[in-house]
Write a protein that binds this ligand. Structure first.
Ligand code: BGC
Length: 259
């Protein structure tokens, strides 16, 4: 996607991204011209229980540790379905989030406008804008393998949000229960065993959506050599380029675009 749409006209060169995860809440300013952090990331452990009020207070702490201008767009990732700022699901987060207006809650806590997006959507968008899928025409599906399975569907640079393909029912199971990185851990699967589950998962997704490219993110993607070469698919499948930074970078970029 050309930079002009976001950067040229509005002259926004920096936005702030926050990644709300199960173990840490991380934030950094992002240089939108390069997709790199403009300053070191700050990370504060996620409060437990991770209720809306507790998380909002931590997000405010992360924001306050930077001297941000009032006008800097802020984007935040959330590991659930996010419709118009409101959390709709809670597969791997505190159930008290369901129905919570994330944007309103964080605005009250930080005193700033915040855009909330699904975590995989943010990470996927970052890969398309700055990472492994940059310049790839057609349909890109980004799959994040972590506690759950997150997905982002981006067609010619246009994100279709909240696809939730980690919850496809495959062989009678919610897909992420069998094929997430957490499942590999929990069941102590070898790379080979896990790859078989991934093969089944990616084949189903491929046969339904026919993407031009798969990008695989999540912490385990740095060990991609252990499992990606074992997969046989029609579309190429490559590791994410931005790794841990993808959520923050994508959320910042989406916030700048919405600004
Ligand atoms: C959630 C998704 C999320 C993914 C990765 C899934 O369980 O339903 O919304 O993107 O986990 O965190």
């Amino acid at each position: 996607m050309s930079d002009n749409s976001i950067l040229g006209k509005s002259k926004i060169h920096t936005a702030f991204g926050i990644d709300i995860g199960g173990s840490g809440i991380k934030g950094a300013p992002v240089d939108l011209r390069t997709g790199e952090f403009a300053a070191d990331r700050v990370r504060i452990p996620t409060p437990q229980p991770a209720t809306p009020d507790a998380v909002a207070a931590t997000v405010a702490e992360v924001v306050d540790s930077f001297k941000l201008r009032r006008t800097v767009p802020i984007g935040v990732t959330f590991p659930a379905v996010v419709l118009h700022g409101v959390a709709q699901s809670a597969a791997n987060v505190d159930p008290s989030w369901i129905g919570t207006d994330i944007e309103k809650t964080l605005r009250a806590a930080t005193g700033r406008r915040v855009l909330a997006v699904n975590d995989a959507d943010a990470a996927g968008f970052a890969e398309v804008e700055y990472g492994a899928a940059r310049g790839v025409p057609g349909l890109v599906i980004v799959v994040t393998l972590g506690t759950g399975i997150g997905t982002a569907l981006i067609n010619d640079g246009v994100l279709v949000p909240n696809t939730e393909l980690g919850h496809l029912e495959i062989d009678g199971f919610d897909a992420e229960v069998r094929a997430s990185d957490a499942a590999r851990d929990r069941e102590d699967l070898s790379w080979e065993q896990w790859s078989e589950r991934l093969q089944r998962y990616f084949s189903v997704v491929e046969n339904l959506f026919w993407p031009d490219l798969f990008v695989v993110g999540g912490g385990v993607s740095k060990k991609y050599q252990e499992f990606l070469p074992r997969l046989t698919l029609r579309a190429p499948i490559v590791p994410a380029a931005l790794r841990n930074a993808a959520g923050i970078v994508g959320a910042a970029r989406l916030a700048a675009r919405a600004h």
